[in-house]
Design a protein around this ligand. Sequence first.
Ligand code: IYR
Length: 231
Amino acid sequence: MDKTMTGNGPDEPGFRPWAEYREYPPTEMLRRAVALREDLQRRRSIRMFDDRPVPREIVEECIRTAASAPSGAHMQPWKFVAVAEPATRRRIRVAAEEEERHFYEHRASPEWLRALARLGTDADKPFLEIAPWLIAIFEERWGTAPGGERMKHYYPTESVGIATGFLIAALHNAGLATLTHTPSPMKFLNEILGRPRNERPFLLLVVGYPSAAATVPVLERKTLDEISVFL
Ligand code: IYR
C-alpha cells in the first residue's frame, strides 16, 4: 500500500484527487518558467497614475486570484477592501499624507531617508486620489467561528503576504500598474473603512493605468547568484 495515501486517499471523506494538476514535459516547463519570469520582470512600482477608470470586474477577478494563495491551516486570514469612491480615496489620501509628513520630517532616520532618496518619494501622495482603485489589504489576526467564538489564525502575516504577491502578479498580468504603499501607522484605514478590531492593515495597494508621463527609477535587481544558493 502507498503509505503517502494513509488517511487521505481518494476514498477518504473530505478528500478528492487533484484533477486540476497539469504536468508539462521539462522543455515546456522551462518555456513557461521563462515566459513568466520575463513577464513579471516587466513589473515596476509606479507612482504616477492616470485617472482612467478600471472596470470593477477586473479587480474582482484579481482578488479571486489573490484568495487562491495558500494560508496557515487554510484560515484565509485576509480581507481585501477595494475602494473606488472618490470621497473615500480622498479621506485616505488626507490621512496618509498626514502620517507621511510626520515620517519624512521626524520619524525616518537619516539612513532610511538616504535609502529612499533614489526612489524620489516624498510626503505628497496625489496618486491615492488619482488612481481609480485602492485596495486596502487587511490581515485577520483572528477569525470568528460560526458560533461566534474566536478562531485562532496561524501564520496570518505570512499568509497575507503570499496572497498580496498573488494579487500584484494578477494585476500586472491584467495590464495594470500597482504601488505597494505602507503609510505607517495605518490604523486610520480601520476607521475610514469601518473595519473591525481583528483586522490589521497590512498594505495599501494603488491600482490603475500608469500616467503617460510615468517614469521609474533606474534600479538594478540582484542577480540569481546574489540571491540564491543551490546545494
Ligand atoms: N511610506 C513612505 C516611505 C517609504 C518607505 C519605504 I520602506 C518605501 O519603499 C517607499 C517609501 C512613502 O510612501 O513615501
